[in-house]
Design a protein around this ligand. Structure first.
Ligand code: ADP
Ligand code: TRP
Length: 321
């Protein structure tokens, strides 16, 4: 069973990334053949600052390693170090209909948010399909927002197999419904581009300030409150054990609960939750050469598989005359 997922190095990683993608990936370390990579070519669709991209690529690697990814138990690399993926993207473009890409929500959402569309942004799902099927991956753990992209990868793989003969494994998305969408401090999906994210590795003061901005309703203190529609409660649940969650639910249902107190508790829970990882993070940030070596080793392993697939693909489509 081969499990693969990637993350863009386009800013600080937040708790939505952690619960939606990183945690499920790390939990697979012992159970499957795990492929994890940093998708810097995808980031080029929105990032035009070379220093920022370089810095964020290493930072994403450090974040993943600090959170418990063990590079000796998986294949961990940077997308652009295996350029076979760009060749496959072009080949797949020839079997991808415009309609399939035009239907993608993520493209439409990004335009609606004011991002100026370029060809890369439109073709983004084809590069993602190439990422997935180049490594003959079976399962793709992603947050709900990426499910459609994995379905596009399935469609493209099926179409290629239909036209050129059985070549690719057909991938499946895997979504943990409980954690499908982590809300941001404003209640919308948490995203680095919506300015509503709680960063994983931030300092205590910034964390406190961010949590204090979590939007709550205006129910007066002396009235009971509804935990099930409360964004603050949804965030709290991610970090507390079952007893603490039950206890907080009871406090919501009784009069007297102050949101500001829950916010203080939440900030403390988050701080403690990532405590050990934070120490490891600070250590790893000082060892960037070691991080580069880990990523290069990973790229060598990934490239060996990519080459095998591409030998087959070139033959199937007829470019190895
Ligand atoms: P962002 O929206 O902040 O740019 P990405 O698109 O880079 O995040 O997402 C990286 C991974 O994290 C993907 O697998 C995505 O589904 C997951 N993810 C991102 N935001 C959330 C969220 N709010 N809840 C759950 N998963 C998320
Ligand atoms: N598009 C994904 C995101 O923004 C990142 C990604 C690129 C990816 N290639 C992938 C995820 C392959 C899973 C598999 O989150």
């Amino acid at each position: 069973m081969r499990i693969l997922s990637g993350i863009q190095p386009s800013g600080s990683l937040h708790i939505g990334n952690y619960f939606g993608m990183m945690k499920p990936m790390i939990s697979y370390l012992e159970r499957a053949e795990l492929f994890v990579f940093i998708v810097n070519l995808h980031a080029l669709t929105t990032v035009n600052d070379s220093e920022e991209l370089k810095k964020n690529t290493l930072k994403a690697a450090v974040d993943f390693l600090a959170l418990g990814l063990e590079p000796e138990k998986c294949v961990f690399w940077v997308q652009s170090d295996v350029l076979e993926v760009t060749e496959l993207t072009w080949i797949l473009s020839g079997v991808t209909s415009m309609g399939l890409l035009e239907r993608c929500h993520s493209y439409k959402d990004k335009i609606a948010k004011g991002i100026v569309p370029n060809h890369g942004l439109f073709a983004y799902p084809v590069l993602m399909a190439a990422d997935i099927i180049l490594y003959q991956s079976n399962i793709i753990p992603v947050g709900k927002d990426q499910k459609q992209h994995v379905e596009v990868a399935r469609d493209i793989a099926l179409r290629f197999n239909h036209i050129f003969g059985e070549t690719f494994v057909i991938p499946e998305p895997e979504i943990n419904e409980d954690l499908a969408v982590v809300p941001g401090i404003d209640g919308q999906k948490m995203s680095k581009s919506y300015n509503n994210a709680i960063d994983i590795f931030t300092d205590r003061e910034t964390l406190n300030k961010t949590i204090m901005r979590v939007v709550t309703d205006s129910t007066p203190v002396n009235e009971p409150k509804n935990p099930d529609t409360c964004n603050l409660f949804a965030l709290y649940r991610l970090f507390a054990g079952p007893d603490k969650i039950d206890d907080l639910r009871a406090r919501y249902l009784a009069p007297g609960l102050k949101y500001a107190e829950v916010k203080k508790e939440l900030a403390q829970l988050i701080w403690d939750f990532f405590g050990e990882h934070r120490e490891k993070h600070a250590e790893l940030m000082k060892k960037q050469d070691i991080i580069r070596d880990i990523l290069r080793d990973g790229a060598n392993k990934a490239r060996a598989i990519a080459r095998e697939t591409m030998d087959l693909v070139r033959d199937r489509v007829g470019i190895n005359y």
